[in-house]
Design a binder for this molecule. Sequence first.
Ligand code: NAD
Length: 257
Amino acid sequence: MKRTAVITGSTSGIGLAIATALARDGADVVLNGFGPADEIAAIIERLKGFGNGVIYHGADMTKPAEIADLVATASRTFGSVDVLVNNAGIQHVEKIEDFPIEKWDQIIAINLSSSFHTMRAAIPLMKEKKKGRIINVASAHGLVASPFKSAYVAAKHGIMGLTKTAALELAEFGITVNSICPGYVLTPLVEKQIPDTARTRGISEEQVKQDVMLKFQPTKDFVSVEEVAATALFLASDSARQITGTHISIDGGWTAQ
Ligand code: NAD
């Protein structure tokens, strides 16, 4: 059966890898996220190469009306929303007392509230079909904390609660809701944090990679975006129909400590 997948924040990093995996698997894909128009056009062309429908919607994940339009556009274009991947996210690294208020609000909006808004719009469509998959890209920071990441850790812990609540509400409708909790994946989001963390901690950028980031990842290796995408593809599959309200960690052992 042809499926439609909406992936927020899929112009880069993990979201792009998940969109690519779903397109390769045969889904029509709705891309979202920011980036230069020519880069987005190139992504659309590349994913169309798998032979399925691909559209882009530029909804800003801080704007509920735009988020509702993203889901409505997906449904209008392809006839359904079968897989919803809430992936868009940003980070800011700062002590709580210096943390800019507008950054706190922005991170809570993008990393947490946007998933409420996408789900609010997509759930009625999934309920109609008595089938659906909602996959929230949380983080190891949905399970444990790190200093200087108050908004991110709060939002990611929040998404874990939202995942469980939605799973219980939707269990009888053939709709599963789960989180994926990656450790450090070397994407633009992480690369951007390296200079900030170096400045906040007064250490070199190489020390940030080895002593701060991979310090907590016992495998001493970054997770790849393809590994996260493979887990999303599994959670979106029929085989995962009894997996709901939980999370899968892909963190090289980080949260086993
Ligand atoms: P990334 O910066 O490569 O991609 C983030 C995506 O979100 C981009 O497409 C960007 O355009 C989009 N985005 C940002 N603000 C947006 C907004 N207001 N509206 C719409 N789209 C917006 O980052 P990534 O590392 O691929 O992160 C993806 C997700 O994975 C995030 O939720 C992040 O918290 C989570 N995560 C990342 C890591 C990691 O180590 N990279 C680890 C755990 C969890």
